[in-house]
Design a protein around this ligand. Structure first.
Ligand code: ATP
Ligand code: MG
Length: 581
């Protein structure tokens, strides 16, 4: 594991401190300094700018928690802005899924009754007008070289680029051509608009970057109104300035684009479009999570090629997948707090994510009993047709949440692994002659087992001690080392339980250009027919429980119905990945 900073294991009781006193980081230091100097008054306005070309994933959650969380903690606001300038790949379906994901994570974009939801495509008119202004001021020109010619003359890290033969066109000529580009008079690729900066700049992004290109494509919002579309680098900084963003947080790969961000805004400020101070771009390291993929393109491939059952497959690191898996918004936020923000790219271990989830769920999840690999246990001296009521705390550390009750009777379901004929050293559960406690019930002594023709155990037999019942005085007279869970066969709730595991076998499935599909874990989903404590019949979709001894489980939000629940394993009780069961 090589974390950015080793997350300290905090006890669940410490969760409350996280909103009161957010951990300091280099971004908060910059904001604090701006507040001291009065740069923005005390305004903090950030934005989360997804492109609606796919579903959000856990990497985006880091950016969401950072942008929305930072703004919130300073009493500011974070805008949700769709960066929708690539007409070919974007859609309303993605817009809606992104809105849902951000809301579900616990954030909103309202301040003082104003809804800060924006679309870069709403700025097309302004972006176009600013481009004409740059042309008029001699800061942009129409280049008519082919894409190959432009690539060939761009230079390299060691050599400067060569100026285009069209670089010295007059503003009038450029304006005429740009208007004709917009009017649809040229084919795609025939001309582009470039910023006129410096073909010899050591930063290749500053060598007259393209800021507009021709695309005859239907846009999901603006339809066929436009056939010229602005490039990301040009659009992004202007969108920030139009929305009065103070701190524009983005991932490290944009560090080399910052001079261009500043150039565009400074040119437009000089032209009187924007006033200073101008928004400041600040970069942080992206989240890389082991055993997960955080590339939209590869996630799309998993879905379209059928390696998973959809964007919301509980094994997917998408927000919809994590939600269906049973992860909580609070657990995801806790994880993002723990990993913090730095400027150093690194990998975070999946166990850190799962640990945050457990810490959140441990306190919240009511306890229940589930037998996932059932075999019958018959208590031969228990009267037939009789049931007695047993009880257990809903939560062992929260007596105020009360007790749950469930019946015990002559025939129970227990875990197959809780019986063996030949116990290995240290095995304290059922074997002939051994006594164990049926959790919250009686002490029983194993008398043997029935087998089928193939030698498989079909029923285990035992006798019970009527004076050994948990919670009664007699219970103390029995000292047993084993304690097993069970449900009464006649009243148990049968349920499908989906045992999910990590989607990949390798910690870095796509490292070194490897085909990530080869790292898929063939055992990432196992379905069992289980028997649950009768109360589980009342589970509503998205209700979460701790199945005692097994881990945390959620009633599936799509397939589970009250009375007929279907459960997903969220995470086991402890980190057992890679360790023998
Ligand atoms: P694309 O390849 O489509 O650009 P993207 O992952 O960059 O994919 P965007 O929709 O552009 O997706 O991302 C929105 C915001 O989320 C950006 O500010 C981006 O920097 C941030 N982001 C994306 N992936 C991560 C990640 N793994 N960790 C942290 N932030 C991320
Ligand atoms: Mg992006």
């Amino acid at each position: 594991m090589n974390n950015e900073r080793k997350p300290t294991e905090r006890k669940p009781a410490d969760h409350a401190d996280r909103t009161d006193a957010p951990a300091s980081n280099f971004i908060r230091n910059i904001i604090d300094e701006d507040n001291r100097s009065g740069k923005w008054g005390s305004r903090v306005e950030t934005r989360f700018p997804p492109e609606p070309n796919g579903y959000l994933h856990i990497g985006h959650a880091k950016s969401i928690c950072l942008n929305f969380g930072t703004a919130r903690s300073y009493g500011g606001v974070c805008h949700l802005r769709f960066d929708d300038t690539n007409p070919e790949k974007e859609s309303v379906e993605y817009v809606e899924s992104i809105i849902d994901a951000v809301k579900w994570l616990g954030f909103d974009w309202k301040q003082d009754g104003k809804d800060h939801l924006y679309y870069a495509s709403d700025y097309y008119d302004k972006l176009y007008a600013f481009a004409e202004l740059l042309i008029e001021r001699g800061k942009a020109y129409v280049d008519s070289q082919s894409a190959e010619e432009m690539r060939a003359t761009r230079g390299s890290l060691t050599e400067p680029g060569k100026p285009s033969p069209y670089r010295d066109r007059t503003p009038e000529e450029n304006l005429g051509l740009f208007r004709r580009m917009k009017a649809g008079e040229f084919a795609e690729g025939e001309h582009v608009l470039r910023a006129k900066i410096d073909m010899a700049s050591p930063n290749i992004n500053m060598r007259d970057p393209v800021i507009y290109r021709i695309r005859f494509a239907h846009h999901y919002r603006t339809g066929d109104t436009w056939c010229v579309y602005p490039m990301y680098d040009y659009t992004h900084c202007i969108s920030d300035a139009l929305e009065n963003i103070t701190h524009s947080l983005c991932t490290l790969e944009f560090e080399d684009h910052r001079p261009l961000y500043d150039w565009v805004l400074n040119e437009l400020a000089d032209a009187g479009v924007f006033t200073r101070p101008l928004p400041q771009q600040i970069e942080f390291s992206r989240l890389n999570l082991t055993y997960a993929i955080t590339s939209k393109r590869k996630l799309l491939q998993l879905v379209t090629e059928g390696h998973v059952e959809g964007w919301d497959d509980p094994r997917m690191p998408t927000i919809v997948g994590l939600r269906r898996r049973g992860f909580t918004p609070e657990g995801i936020q806790l994880f993002c707090d723990r990993i913090g923000v730095t400027k150093v790219d690194s990998w975070i271990d999946m166990s850190v994510f799962e640990g945050a989830l457990r810490d959140d769920l441990d306190d919240k999840a009511p306890r229940t009993v589930a037998v996932l690999d059932p075999v019958k246990l018959v208590i031969d001296n228990f009267p037939e047709g009789v049931t007695e009521e047993c009880s257990a705390p809903v939560h062992p550390h929260h007596p105020e949440r009360g007790l749950r009750t469930f019946p015990i009777s002559r025939e129970l379901w227990i875990e197959r692994e809780d019986f063996t004929e030949t116990p290995p050293k240290g095995y304290f559960r059922l074997f002939p002659g051994n006594k164990v406690r049926l959790r919250y019930g009686y002490v029983v002594e194993c008398t043997g087992a029935e087998k089928d023709a193939d030698g498989n155990v079909v029923a285990v037999h035992c006798t019970y001690f009527p004076d050994s019942r948990s919670g009664t005085e007699g219970a103390n007279n029995y000292k047993v080392k084993g304690n097993i869970h069970w449900v009464s066969a006649a009243q148990a709730c049968p349920a499908e339980v989906r045992l999910y595991d990590r989607l990949f076998k390798e910690p870095q499935p796509d490292a070194g250009g490897r085909d990530f599909l080869e790292a898929l874990n063939p055992d990432s989903k196992r379905v069992v027919q289980a028997y649950l404590e009768p109360g589980a019949r009342d589970a509503m979709p998205e209700d979460r429980y701790q199945f005692e001894r097994h881990g945390y489980f959620v009633a599936d939000r799509v397939d589970s119905k009250p009375g007929n629940p279907v459960f997903n394993r969220i995470v086991g009780l402890r980190d057992s990945w890679g360790k023998p069961a």
